[in-house]
Write a protein that binds this ligand. Structure first.
Ligand code: BYC
Length: 329
């Protein structure tokens, strides 16, 4: 993928001529498939890229709890409610593994959260859309967690050890999430005409935002080439997006639903589905903070953080007191 990106003229990549001896040795370790660990020497830009990506990933997991949290009290059965709760709790766990992985790079949790709360750090565009019906719980598990798996399985093999190891468990849990989402869609599609229509409506609203989750096209992606050189990215945004479409279209057909894309067609020669143009203006607008739920999501997170201040204070006070008692003993 890296060679391909350089060929297509993507810039922002450090060449051997830019590198000193330490950086050349670092790149050679990466090229040999050796993992970089927290205490190893690394270029500042590699550290910065990882802090950016891992923290944004962590924020996505935490903010990602909100659209589904909206349906816990209205799940149709006790079983569905328990499954949904377990999934949402898993997302909190993913956020914690990822914040811990980011902390190994010398940045504090407080700094990371401050960047989220001030709007400086991004989180995935997908979580700025509203959840309007129960079918959205199916569509999110199936399409959003499904896309997350496609993006994250390669991250289990990325060059930074703590990130790669955190992703192994995350991916296992995401597989359960995707299955539970598809199971909701199956039930709705085998139900009444109104239930099937609800499933189609959810698919219509989540399809395009799910394709946008993979990030800008390869031609527009500013970080891809350098991240590929560092083996943080093993596949490009467009490659993974194509994988998602190829995998999901047959699942849509199995449900008896239709793909909300009049331009979609299978190319027998390439063995891939060709799909219509993505509305990148919408994507950039969501990234700028103007999606349907950006403000609400951020306000909810800030309020939760502020409401939890007394608990953090109590923990710190206890830790300080405990340290005093230990020091005196
Ligand atoms: N949303 O040069 P590019 C999940 C930003 S799943 C918002 O291609 P990169 C979950 C990008 O950050 C979701 N921003 O960047 C699932 C960059 O801006 P900055 C989280 C996006 O980093 C279910 C700019 O656009 N997954 O957690 O090489 C339930 C240019 O992009 C998006 C991850 O974070 C987007 N969709 O590639 C609960 C996976 N796309 O930072 C939770 C790890 C791009 O330079 N992350 N941008 O200001 C990645 O794999 C990569 O960071 C991306 C972007 C593929 C997302």
């Amino acid at each position: 993928m890296y060679a391909q990106m350089v060929e297509t003229g993507l810039k922002n990549v450090r060449s051997a001529a830019d590198m000193g001896a330490e950086e050349l040795a670092f790149q050679a370790r990466i090229d040999a498939g050796i993992k970089i660990e927290a205490k190893d020497w690394m270029p500042d830009a590699y550290r910065k890229t990882l802090v950016r990506q891992i923290s944004q990933h962590a924020h996505s997991e935490i903010v990602g709890q909100l659209p589904e949290g909206n349906w816990v009290t209205r799940a149709p059965t006790l079983k569905r409610k328990s499954i949904l709760l377990a999934k949402i709790q898993d997302e909190a766990g993913h956020g914690l593994y990822l914040y811990s992985a980011a902390e190994t790079l010398g940045v504090s949790r407080d700094e990371l959260l401050a960047a989220l709360h001030s709007g400086k750090a991004k989180y995935s565009s997908i979580f700025n859309y509203p959840t309007l019906s129960w079918a959205d719980m199916g569509a999110i598990g199936w399409l959003v967690d499904g896309s997350a798996i496609i993006n994250q399985i390669p991250l289990c093999r990325c060059s930074y050890g703590p990130y790669a190891r955190a992703m192994i468990r995350v991916c296992k849990e995401e597989s359960f999430h995707a299955r539970q989402g598809y199971d909701i869609m199956m039930s709705l599609c085998q139900g009444s005409a109104a239930q099937k229509a609800m499933a189609q409506d959810a698919l219509n609203r989540w399809w395009w935002p799910s394709l946008m989750m993979f990030g800008p096209s390869d031609a527009e992606s500013v970080n891809s080439a350098q991240s590929a050189q560092w083996r943080i990215k093993l596949f490009s945004n467009d490659e993974l997006r194509q994988r998602m479409v190829d995998q999901t279209v047959p699942q849509i057909e199995y449900l008896g639903l239709s793909v909300p894309d009049p331009d979609l067609k299978f190319n027998a020669e390439t063995g891939h589905y060709e799909f219509g143009a993505i509305d990148w203006a919408e994507f950039h607008n969501v990234l700028k903070g103007n999606g349907p739920c950006n403000r609400e999501r951020l306000q909810t997170r800030v309020k939760a953080y502020e409401d939890g201040a007394w608990f953090r204070d109590a923990l710190l006070a206890y830790a300080d007191k405990h340290a005093d008692v230990k020091a005196a003993a």
